[in-house]
Design a protein around this ligand. Structure first.
Ligand code: GMT
Length: 378
């Protein structure tokens, strides 16, 4: 099948999932076309089954806002016609599902029928999409997609609660290629980051308020008072400088390293002992799954889809949002005994294996078939 994938090309989870999906589909023999404004960060164009088409939005002084949706839907029309793309899979409702629908309509006017699969990722529903300014367009795009998927049952429930949805929603969880996480490094070079007696704790996110980044510092501070540790913060975002100030204020700045956005997440997780994700909202928590696949137990909040990923008492622990004392207590209980830590590391990997690419990507392929048959029936 020839599949056009639309996504955000940045470090966000939805772009990572879309990119990994495209790579896996290409390995299954499909021809994959990424259509977005920049080459996705995790995409290496090493396969002749993978193409990347850049959407450019020319600057024009009359426009206060440059019309990206217009440029994207025009590019979709052109690419579908040029490469005879069979199906569009758009990740993140805003504005991708809307632009995809417009492209479908334009193509239909020329007698070309292309089904569209929309995957809902989280903030497109729970934060941004729910805003009254966007809600009618998001509702319309979901209801007019041929197939709609959400990355967790929790996100499906939120979508049905927040929008007037008449379409079916299939839950397809996010996934991870377990084979790429089976100890790829003979030496993690842990000594570069910490003293032998210190534990290494990691947080990876876009450092936005929804991640409760200040809770990360508070939890670490409590752990560090009992167990000498280092905190590695991966990612970049609006909370970063306030987090740095907080570390200085608490006198723990020498224990905390801000590593910025990184393409070496696997290496960082290789020497990590614990992962913190105390988010306010999280439709799935792909970063937690990546940590678990690398054998890193997760201390997280119990919001949204996190309980579907992080199994309480097995791959880590769940606490109520904002309960930093409980999160710190749970972290200390794992880190204070090497045998306990080893047990959780092993269990985290076992839970992550339930989300292996091999098990999940065929679900998308089945839904592509469903979308194609939908087209035949219409
Ligand atoms: O976490 C973010 O804010 C980024 C956002 C995105 O769209 O890239 O992440 C959402 O999608 C991820 C991939 O499906 C999920 O793992 C995240 O849980 C979800 N984020 C939220 O719901 C806050």
């Amino acid at each position: 099948m020839k599949i056009g994938i639309v996504c955000y090309p940045t470090f966000g989870g939805s772009g990572v999932v879309a990119t990994e999906l495209g790579i896996s589909l290409a390995e299954h023999g499909h021809e994959v076309h990424f259509i977005t404004y920049k080459q996705p960060v995790r995409l290496e164009l090493i396969s002749h089954h993978i193409h990347y088409h850049e959407v450019s939005v020319p600057d024009y002084p009359l426009f206060h806002y440059q019309p990206y949706e217009l440029a994207l839907s025009s590019k979709l029309v052109d690419m579908v016609k040029l490469y005879k793309i069979d199906l569009l899979h758009v990740h993140y409702a805003i504005p991708h599902a809307y632009a995809g629908f417009m492209a479908k309509q334009m193509l239909q006017a020329e007698g070309i029928n292309v089904p569209m699969v929309t995957t809902l990722h989280g903030t497109d529903i729970t934060l941004v999409g729910n805003h009254p300014f966007y809600k009618p367009a998001v509702t319309f795009s979901i209801n007019n997609s041929d197939v709609v998927t959400s990355v967790s049952q929790s996100l499906k429930d939120d979508t049905l609660r927040l929008f007037n949805i008449t379409n079916e929603i299939d839950v397809v969880p996010n996934f991870i290629d377990i084979s790429k996480h089976v100890n790829p490094y003979t030496d993690c070079q842990r000594e570069l980051m910490a003293e032998p007696h210190e534990r290494i704790i990691t947080h990876i996110s876009n450092l936005r308020p929804v991640k409760r980044t200040f809770d990360v510092i508070e939890i670490f501070d409590r752990i560090n008072k009992k167990i000498p540790s280092r905190l590695l913060i991966v990612g970049d975002g609006p909370d970063k400088s306030a987090m740095e100030s907080m570390c200085i204020q608490k006198g723990i700045h020498e224990q905390v390293a801000f590593l910025g956005n990184s393409n070496e997440v696997g290496k960082i997780l290789c020497f990590s002992d614990l992962f913190l994700l105390p988010s306010e909202k999280e439709s799935f928590g792909l970063a937690a799954l990546e940590a678990m696949a690398s054998g890193v137990p997760v201390i997280s909040s119990d919001t949204g889809g996190l309980p579907e990923v992080n199994e309480h008492g097995i791959s880590g622990y769940l606490s109520k949002v904002g309960d930093i004392d409980d999160m710190a207590q749970n972290a200390i209980s794992i880190l204070s005994s090497s045998s306990e830590l080893e047990k959780f590391k092993k269990q985290a990997k076992e839970v992550a294996a339930k989300f292996d690419t091999k098990l999940i990507v065929p679900k998308y392929e089945e839904l592509y078939e469903k979308a194609m048959s939908h087209l035949v029936q219409v």
